[in-house]
Ligand binder design. Sequence first.
Ligand SMILES: C[S@@+](CC[C@H](N)C(=O)[O-])C[C@H]1O[C@@H](n2cnc3c(N)ncnc32)[C@H](O)[C@@H]1O
Length: 223
Amino acid sequence: MADPISVAGYDDRAQRQIPGYASLARLAVALLASSPTAASPGAELLVVGCGTGAELSEARAQRADWRLWAVDTSTAMISAARQRLGADAEAVQWWEGPAEELEGEARFAGAIAVLVLQELPDDGSKLRLLTALARLLAPGAPLVLVDLMGNAPSVGSSLEHQFQAAQAQFQRASGLDADAPQALVYPIGEARRSALLEAAGFSDPVRIFQALGYEGVLVQRRN
Ligand SMILES: C[S@@+](CC[C@H](N)C(=O)[O-])C[C@H]1O[C@@H](n2cnc3c(N)ncnc32)[C@H](O)[C@@H]1O
């Protein structure tokens, strides 16, 4: 499958681009680990869009007893994640392909999808992914979602220019070329995300992270 995101230097680039990215995997795993549905030893957890393996490595560190499923459409990302995990890679079930095609119902005790939904256009693709995750998760199970949102101050707001300039300034100050071409993403606003989550079968989102235009929420599979 085509690799829309360059794997080489991915982690370094993400850290320079997203304030707080270095703690995101730890935060996402801590949120799942605190859920009653994921408390039992050997619970099955799903990492969607595992990328280079930051969340998998963190999950192994926090809960070595979990049975982890790592899903990604990119061969190169899966390979980078396997390399990062080293011997721990053997303890993970790997699935190369879209999470939407993963079979089963109510089998997972929790899921993480960090910077994944933003890669899908809002033409039914975002809803298809969320609906698949709702099908795969047990009732009450948590999902941690983090994405670039369309939450910048509206056009004409006195803060609009400052907000855009701060994004570019953060990247420049982190040593990134803020004018370099970036991966194509499809941000949606909070209202649309809530509507899609509701339609897919998730409860109201609780915000757990925000930095400039990036936002993370914790939601639960409705009972
Ligand atoms: C921006 S990366 C994020 C990687 C990692 N979660 C992180 O936080 O750095 C998004 C990943 O999601 C994968 N992806 C996109 N759509 C997917 C889908 N429908 N199912 C599974 N993986 C998907 C991409 O191949 C890519 O590796």
